[in-house]
Design a protein. Structure first.
Length: 343
């Protein structure tokens, strides 16, 4: 094969497992479509919640759910979403429980080259879920139920879907509502920090990419989605805990690009002062360096610096010494003094 020949499209129907699911997108076709679970060598996925057929909604518009009456047809959806997947939400209803799921997929796989490329990304993501996100599923990433393939459907030719736990509302919608309290924004930033502490770097988090972060107001949980560019083995070098600051540090000072980006998205760095005049931030950064130099783990050091910042903020009218600040000018919290004694 010559080097510039297009790769042949993935042949998912050569690799079906025994399991089936029936998905009805009942606004467009009255009968369920049978999907076969795709077998991926060495990859194990959780079994779907029990129940009869999955009932799905119209696909999402890039800006949110689409009204069924505005549905333009599957050919048009494939054209509109040519470089990405369509998304829909679906439910499994058993006698006493409703499981809400998210479905994303590609259409007309037998003919559409762009959708074939998206299928490759879905495949890459499925492998990443299996290899690196097992422990985090249901915690910071959705529970993932694998890839499912239908050689023929009533609604889009050959279709490949990924089925996962429904994660909640998109960050863009969340941030424009009254529910975006500081406590919830902290929770989201802390969730990303935890993902990094597990070595997972998402690679598509930041301003303009808010769709990859979901917040569920009913369960107060955060889910990161779309791991098609993610990688494992990240060693996070962030220098500040999740707190609200009066200024932006430089990216280099902060130490981790993605952890910085999420704080930017969540508006945790204010611009009330110039960063060189932000004594709390400067002292926190210096304090962090001091703890790391003493051999304190980064996780513990971040925790301690966070406690110290909280402590400062309980002291009304605290004025940190004007520059040059030294370690002796840092008021320490009680448990920090205790920890310092141990090092
Ligand atoms: Zn990091």
């Amino acid at each position: 094969m010559s080097a510039n020949m297009a790769p042949s499209p993935p042949r998912f129907f050569d690799h079906h497992e025994e399991q089936l699911l029936h998905l009805t997108l009942d606004f467009t076709a009255p009968h369920p479509t049978t999907f076969y679970k795709v077998k991926l060598e060495g990859a194990h996925f959780a079994p779907l919640p029990p129940g009869p057929d999955l009932i799905g909604t119209a696909p999402y518009h890039p800006y949110g759910p689409m009204k069924e009456s505005r549905f333009p047809g599957w050919e048009e959806i494939a054209r509109l979403r040519s470089d990405s997947t369509f998304c829909s939400s679906a439910v499994i209803q058993s006698s006493n429980e409703v499981s809400r799921l998210a479905v994303k997929g590609v259409l007309f796989l037998e003919t559409d080259v762009f959708q074939q490329e998206s299928a490759e990304r879905m495949l890459k993501e499925a492998k990443f879920y299996a290899a690196h996100l097992q422990e985090l599923q249901g915690k910071f990433v959705p529970r993932y139920y694998g890839l499912w393939h239908a050689p023929v459907t009533q609604w889009g030719g050959e279709v490949l879907i990924a089925v996962m736990e429904w994660g909640g509302m998109r960050l863009s919608a969340f941030l424009h509502s009254e529910i975006a309290t500081l406590a919830r924004r902290f929770r989201i930033a802390e969730a990303l920090d935890e993902l990094h502490d597990h070595g997972v770097y998402h690679a598509q988090i930041g301003v303009g990419q808010e769709r990859h972060i979901l917040y569920n107001i009913e369960t107060e949980s955060v889910r990161f989605v779309d791991f098609s560019d993610a990688f494992a083995g990240h060693i996070c070098g962030r220098q500040l805990p999740v707190r609200l600051f009066d200024s932006y540090p430089s990216r280099i000072q902060f130490g981790c690009r993605e952890a910085y980006s999420i704080r930017q998205c969540l508006d945790l760095f204010g611009n009330r002062v110039r960063n060189r005049d932000d004594d709390q931030m400067n002292v926190a950064l210096m304090h962090m360096q001091g703890l790391l130099a003493r051999g304190v783990s980064r996780r513990e050091a971040l925790h301690l610096v966070g406690r110290t910042i909280d402590h400062w903020r309980t002291i009304s009218g605290l004025q940190l010494k004007r520059r040059p600040v030294t370690e002796n000018s840092i008021p320490l919290s009680a448990d920090e003094i205790q920890i310092m004694k141990n090092y």
